[in-house]
Design a protein around this ligand. Sequence first.
Ligand code: NIG
Ligand code: FE
Length: 394
Amino acid sequence: MRDPGLVRDGAVLVRDGNIIAVGPRRRVTRLSEAPGAKKLDLGGRVVLPGLVDSHTHLVFSASRAAEYEQRIAGSTYEEIARKGGGILSTVRALRRAKPQALKTRVLAALRQFSAHGTTTLEAKSGYGLDIKSELATLRLLNELHQEQPLDIHRTFLGAHAVPPEFHGRADAYVDFLVAKLIPRVALNGLAEFCDVYCDRGAFTVAQARRVLMAGRAFGLVPRLHAEQLARTGATRLAIELDAASADHLEKINPADIRALAASDVVATLLPGCCFHLGIPQYAPARKLLDAGAAVALATDYNPGTSPILSLPMVMSLACTQMRMSPAEAIAASTINPAYSLRRQMHIGSIEVGKFADLAIFDVEDYREIPYYVGVNHCVMTFKRGEVIYSREGT
Ligand code: NIG
Ligand code: FE
C-alpha cells in the first residue's frame, strides 16, 4: 500500500471500455493499436484509478440538518436516536417520499460522486425497514445502476434500526428479517451483500449473527458495521463469518486488530463520521496497517453521521487525522475497496484487462490530492472509457 506504482509521463490505451495497455507514454504510443486510437492529452495531470466507495447509505429523502444543529448545541447522536430521531426520522421521511422526487435526489448525489472521481459504489438499503420500502429502495438502486454510468453494488441493511412497528421487540424484528425479508430480497436478486448495524443501542452480536447467517444461506455476502460507538465483538463475528468487510472500527482493541490482520476481512474506515460528529477518536488506521490488515476508506455517505460524498475529502481526513500516507489513502480508496466488493479483477487499479475507469486530478503531484483539503481537484472522470464528468473549461 505504500508504493503507488507511479508512472511518470504515462499513457493508457483503451479499447471497448477496457484498458489494453498502460505504461510510459513512449512505449504505449509505439504499440500497433495506438496510431488508430483517438488521443486525449491530459496535460500531465494526475490520473488515478476511478475511486471505489465501498460504504454508502445512498438512498434517503431529506437531510438531518436540524439534528446537526442539536448536536452542535450539545446533544449526542445516541441521545437523538433514543428519542426517535436519528435513523428513524430518515425512515419516516423515506416511507413518505414520492418515488420520482427520491430518484431525482439520488441521481443528483450520484453526479456529485462522479464529479469527485468515484466510478463505483456500494449502496445500502436500511431506511425503509418494512417489506415495501426496503424492496423499493433496492429496486431503485437497480434502476439507477442500469440508467446512469456509475456501477452500484447493493447491500441489504434491514437490520439498521428497529422500526416503530416492532418497538421494544428487536428479536421479533430479527425473526421477520430472517423469515420474510431476506428470502424476498435474495430470491429476487435485489442485493449482493447483507449488512447489520451491530453496536451499542443497535443490534447485538447474537442478532447480527442470525441475520448474516440467514443472508449467507441465500448467497448474500456479509459486511458489518462494527465497533463504532462501543467495542461489542462485532469484528470477531465478521471474521467468523468470513465477511467481505468490517466497517468503522473506532473502538477496536489490540487483539481484534491482530485477528483482523490475520484474516481476509477488509478493515473499512470511515473518518468522515468522526469528523462530522466531532468525535476525536478516529479508528487506529496506523495500527491496522502496521499489523498488516487490508485497509479501505469509504465515505459512509448518510444524512446522520457523514453527509460526505467526496472520497478525496475522506483521504485528507485519513492522512491528517489517522496518519495514513497519501499512497496508502489512494490504495485504500481504489484497489482495497474493490476487493471488499469482490470486483478486484475489474476495477481498482490501472491495469491491462480492467475497466478504463479513471479519475483525473488537476494537480502536479498525487500527494496534492489529500493535501489541498476541501477543494475538488477532480476535473474529469471516465467510466469504461467514456467521459462521465468533465469540469467546464477542461
Ligand atoms: O454508518 N451507524 C449506522 N449507520 C450509519 C448512520 C446512519 C444514520 O444516522 O442515518 C453509519 O454511521
Ligand atoms: Fe454506515
